[in-house]
Ligand binder design. Structure first.
Ligand code: PEP
Ligand code: MG
Length: 532
């Protein structure tokens, strides 16, 4: 068969060659014939045991590297997944109802999780998310994906939690649907996993085990690749490894342009592992801690204790560097089960749930201790929201160290009101992901482009930077544009002080800043603005 390329859109760069692992749908309606049910049950049991074993292995490795709190979370989840009730329910769904192994596991996991979520004991209720996560892994395993062993993952779509759970062990991911700024793509970029989205249903003609090349730089998935393409994929891998090593060697050198303009490069994280990687590459602090990502499967708002545990694990590696913790930005493609149906997002949701807001601020202040913590408010639209949050920060902090308070400028309204919001804020962080999509009227979860350099978007970024400078506060960009090779120089040229980027990209962005001429960047930014 000759080479055949499916065209999609690049969502996270990289070129890899490997065997396809096609992830079937977990909720199919197929009824399995009675004669095949015993073997289907065998498949389900094997998948559950394999996933539990993999998680136990992960917990052991975490303990070996001194990450006991994370290991404990995984071990408790494993215990829940071994619950005889779960196994019995899978048995009855397969044997009596003829459900397929993946669909029985997901349905049984959901039932057990719902029971746990409804219990009075908040600690047990929080474990519901762990059961869902183990069930999802086991279902993936049953549908042919050998999670954690490599391979090019092929699926219809993935949520951000699925990418963290499943694709972390994969070489890359090729999706029939998906969008370049969807959170699944952000997690993939952050973990350095090449991803192509929007390949269409043709991607399901690929068979599990088939050799493919995923060229995520060009947004294509190649079937029956020619030898030269396999060689090129290998060469790309070596080139990336070399570039990463170069960046690591230069990690101590400041990110300064050739004409001496200093830019601070920070790291975007949701987990402790990302923080460690970003700092290893020379990250000067955390510029965006997305607190909502670990709780996307949570059955209810996480307790203060659970949040403190999670944050403390990330802060442990700060070593004097600052950390910017964003308040929960649930909503849209980051809607956990307990918020399904809600229309609100970001700070609107939190201001409508004052207990939750207080609990989160309490957890941040408590976990932060003496560290330099900045609290970032998502989806701000006016200064009043920031004043309300500041009143709660003051009340909650008491005599503990008070965090600085910043506004995310990621809506057109916020950018228009930047001067007045700057009066109420200690710093700004521009969220180019939402801003671009909102200004241009695109659908973030489906959109195939993120044209940050569109003059309409640039004009709002420029207005925001000017408002920050006038008010004498720092301005950072934490959206994906901060690490985009074309957009980053323009952002620097507009006067942005800090760039906060995915962990896997910290070193390369620092290198890229060292190669810039600030004067040129300013001229280029002015030229683009002139077109507005
Ligand atoms: C953004 O919108 O640019 C941003 C950084 O936030 P998120 O991607 O989490 O919405
Ligand atoms: Mg955003």
């Amino acid at each position: 068969m000759s080479e055949h390329a499916l065209q999609g859109v690049s969502a996270a760069p990289g070129v890899v060659a490997g065997r396809a692992v096609v992830l079937g749908t977990f909720t199919d309606d197929t009824v399995i014939g009675v004669e095949r049910r015993s073997s289907e049950l065998e498949r389900a049991r094997d998948a559950l045991s394999a996933s539990i074993a993999a998680l136990e292995d992960m917990a052991r490795r975490l303990r070996e590297t001194g990450r006991d709190p994370e290991a404990e979370i995984i071990e408790t989840g494993v215990l829940m997944a071994k619950d005889p009730g779960l196994v019995e329910r899978v048995e009855s769904l397969v044997m009596e109802s003829g459900r397929s192994a993946p669909s029985a596991i997901v349905a049984a996991g959901e039932e057990v999780a719902s029971v746990l979520a409804s219990l009075d004991d908040p600690t047990l209720a929080e474990r519901a998310a762990d059961v869902r996560s183990v069930a999802r892994r086991a279902a993936a395993h049953a549908s042919g994906a050998s999670v954690g062993t490599g391979g090019v993952l092929i699926a219809s779509d993935l949520g951000p939690a699925d990418v963290a759970d499943l694709a972390a062990g994969a070489l890359g991911a090729a999706l029939a649907q998906g969008g370049v700024t969807a959170h699944a793509a952000i997690v993939a970029r952050s973990l350095g996993i090449p991803m192509v989205v929007g390949l269409g249903s043709g991607v399901f003609d690929v068979k599990s085990g088939e050799l493919v090349v995923l060229d995520a730089d060009r947004g294509v998935l190649v079937r029956s690749p020619e030898a030269s393409r396999l060689v090129a994929a290998d060469a790309d891998r070596s080139r990336r490894r070399d570039a990463r090593e170069d960046a690591l060697r230069a990690r101590e050198e400041p990110a300064k342009t050739t004409d001496g303009h200093r830019v601070t490069v920070l790291v975007n994280v949701a987990t402790a592992a990302e923080g460690l990687e970003g700092f290893r590459q020379g990250g000067e602090g955390i510029g965006l801690l997305r607190t909502e990502l670990p709780f996307l499967d949570a059955p209810e708002w996480p307790s203060v204790q659970r949040q403190v545990e999670h944050l403390a694990g990330i802060f442990a590696s700060l070593d004097g560097k600052p950390a910017t913790v964003r308040l929960f930005d649930f909503g849209a493609d980051k809607t956990p089960p307990f918020l399904r149906g809600t229309k609100q997002r970001g700070i609107d949701l939190l201001l409508g749930a004052p207990e939750v807001l207080r609990a989160q601020l309490d957890a941040i202040v408590e976990a932060g201790g003496d560290a330099d913590i900045r609290v970032l408010v998502p989806m701000v639209v006016n200064a009043e929201q920031l004043r309300s949050i500041r009143a709660v920060v003051d009340a909650v902090a008491g005599d503990r160290r008070r965090p600085r308070l910043g506004a995310m400028i990621e809506t057109p309204e916020a950018a228009h009101r930047a001067p007045e919001i700057a009066e109420a804020a200690d710093f700004f962080s521009i969220g180019t992901n939402d801003l671009t999509q909102l200004v241009l009227g695109l659908d973030r979860e489906r959109s195939r482009t993120a044209p940050v350099l569109d003059p309409r978007v640039l004009a709002l970024i420029d207005a925001t930077v000017r408002a920050a400078k006038d008010a004498g506060i720092l301005v950072d960009v934490c959206g994906e544009a901060a690490s985009h090779p074309d957009a980053m120089p323009v952002l620097v040229g507009l006067g942005v002080d800090e760039l906060s980027v995915a962990a896997a990209r910290v070193g390369e962005v620092r290198q890229a800043v060292r190669g810039l001429d600030f004067g040129d960047s300013r001229r280029r930014a002015a030229g683009l603005l002139g077109q507005a």
